[in-house]
Design a protein around this ligand. Sequence first.
Ligand SMILES: Nc1ncnc2c1ncn2[C@@H]1O[C@H](COP(=O)(O)OP(=O)(O)OP(=O)(O)O)[C@@H](O)[C@H]1O
Ligand SMILES: [Mg+2]
Length: 269
Amino acid sequence: MQPNRTMSIAIVSGKGGVGKTNIALNTALALGSLGHRVLLLDADLGLANVDVLLGIAPEHTIHDLTRGVPAEEVLVSLDDQVDLLPSASGVADLDDMDEDAQTALMGRLHELFAGYDFLLLDLGAGISPTVINLAAMPQERAVVITPEPTSLTDGYALIKVLLTQRGIKNFHVIVNMAENPQEGQAAFERLQLACRRFLDLGIRLMGIIPRDPKIADAVREQTPFLRLAPDCPAARATRAMAEDLSHRRERLQELIARSPILKPFPSQP
Ligand SMILES: Nc1ncnc2c1ncn2[C@@H]1O[C@H](COP(=O)(O)OP(=O)(O)OP(=O)(O)O)[C@@H](O)[C@H]1O
Ligand SMILES: [Mg+2]
């Protein structure tokens, strides 16, 4: 088997509406600007969020891959470096597929994913079995929280379920909508303290993204904020996070080489 070079990261959250889709899309674009090949997988089985943020209506979804539609027709190119694999509602149907069909689809996906440096999965919020299954598949998880207490407790609940039901121990945290860096840092530290005290688990801060009115503008304009306002504070923070990710991929090269891009679905503890 070829050593793997694709780093896979799920963007997850306990509470909805905390900014996962905006972060996944713009981080993908920022990684692309650094010269990486990136695949953004819309794995939110509820609403096709990424489509909405881009104002596009893709013709095919991941499911069409099993029906013989070539990958080039299913993928939507966002720029030279970044592709989108649209609305993965087919992934939920994996449960209903027989084992041969599952294996065939996973094989097809692995082949496709292997052509990229990064695979980012934009997931739905919460702790439903489908979300937990999907969140357990990639190598890494970025839990998005905001400084709001409800978002912190829901983020903690998600981490606890993934740890206790799936044995997952490597969590990264993105604090979004921080009024200032201090507020963002304090929110992370509250979650860090709870995880250490009650779960005996260390978590890592991946980035703090400020509350930024340009994001609402970008959502309205159906244009990624990185393109609409490349110098706004949220765009700068997102680029910094992408640079860190790029460096971490380099550092973890050997570990990534030994890790599958996605663990089998549904992934067992
Ligand atoms: N840093 C920010 N500053 C200001 N507003 C933000 C910021 N991040 C996100 N938002 C706002 O929050 C809304 C929700 O963002 P987004 O759709 O990315 O969240 P989500 O976590 O993907 O939601 P869902 O759980 O429904 O998938 C956006 O419409 C945007 O206006
Ligand atoms: Mg979303």
